[in-house]
Design a protein around this ligand. Structure first.
Ligand SMILES: [Zn+2]
Length: 330
């Protein structure tokens, strides 16, 4: 019936969540199938938070017509394609400057601004035990996907602790190293740092901070301590009890850490090997890549707390259970 239509309708229509805060949901071809952007009212106009994917032909003129007043700045929470990919188009449509975190923008340029990234990331995944089929798929899809990411070059750079139109800029690393959120009067605009019902992907990637899951535990603790009244995320539902949600996600990762540790022995195993235990054998290459990255973030967390050891040589990175005495393995 009208379901398909109403979703389509919902896609280009800003919805008021509370006075001065609108949610704009844009379609995605994959994954959660949608991304939430937000419009925050200020004295001089609206701040748009996140921009959807590039090349999705977001009908900005129609959207802007439904908003009373101009969009005067665009804030990007993190450099993943569904958040930063439409920044150039949004900036063109609104004439507004783009604001992005310093660390996040550096990684954004490194990943999406370089033709060589797909080859680099494929080589890195190969070191983690990925098969040639996965490496080839990474190179191919990397080049295709880069076309969908039209970030804005040379944005205004901000740091954690800065303010954007009265909103405090918080550093919430884990899902992305340079991930930023906005907080004001008990409202958290969280990007993908806090989601429900899905949990944000926490992956290890080349050139990323060494222990993203450790970072994320700190982020979850900080959100629980901040205890905002409400959190608006990049996907899924509005979170009415953010501190509880943060604690639940931390418990989820504690469990995953235990499961991951249980698959380690004295025999070195790669992130690829362990991803089979954690995520099963039947995954298409693109999902295997996320599974490996997620497995590695857990393995590196286990290394950081002494529950695993990393063994690397020129060709491979592998992990073992910590050596527990007796004769060292040869
Ligand atoms: Zn996202």
């Amino acid at each position: 019936m009208e379901a398909a239509k109403s979703i389509e309708h919902a896609f280009a229509t800003p919805v008021e969540l509370e006075p001065g805060i609108l949610r704009l949901t844009l379609p995605l071809p994959t994954g959660p199938k949608h991304v939430h952007c937000y419009l925050l009212r200020g004295a001089d106009g609206w701040t748009l938070v996140d921009t959807g994917l590039g090349l999705m032909e977001t009908p900005w003129p129609e959207i802007l017509e439904q908003v009373d007043g101009p969009v005067v700045r665009i804030f990007v929470t993190h450099m993943h394609p569904d958040h930063v990919g439409g920044a150039e188009a949004a900036a063109e449509a609104t004439g507004a400057p783009v604001i992005q975190g310093r660390l996040d923008y550096a990684q954004c340029e490194q990943v999406w601004g370089s033709d060589r990234w797909p080859e680099q990331i494929a080589a890195w995944f190969t070191r983690q035990g990925a098969t040639p089929a996965i490496a080839d798929e990474l190179i191919e899809s990397g080049h295709v996907f880069a076309d969908f990411v039209r970030f804005a070059w040379n944005p205004t750079l901000v740091e954690p602790g800065d303010e954007v139109d009265g909103w405090r800029v918080l550093w919430v690393p884990g899902h992305a190293d340079g991930h930023l959120a906005l907080e004001r009067d008990g409202v958290l605009v969280a990007g993908d740092s806090l989601l429900a019902p899905i949990t944000p992907a926490i992956g290890l990637y080349p050139e990323s901070r060494p222990d993203p899951l450790g970072d994320y535990f700190d982020t979850l603790e900080a959100i629980a301590a901040l205890s905002p009244r409400v959190s608006y995320g990049g996907h899924g539902a509005t979170i009415e009890a953010p501190a509880d949600r943060a604690r639940a996600i931390a418990a989820h990762h504690d469990e995953r850490l235990d499961r991951t540790a249980a698959f380690l022995t004295q025999e070195p195993r790669t992130g690829f090997d362990v991803s089979y235990d954690l995520f099963g054998r039947e995954l298409p290459p693109i999902q295997r890549r996320f599974a490996i990255a997620e497995t590695l973030s857990h393995l590196e967390r286990l290394v950081a707390v002494g529950r695993a050891e990393r063994r690397e040589d020129d060709r491979t990175v592998a992990y073992t259970a910590p050596f527990s005495g007796g004769r060292p393995p040869v």
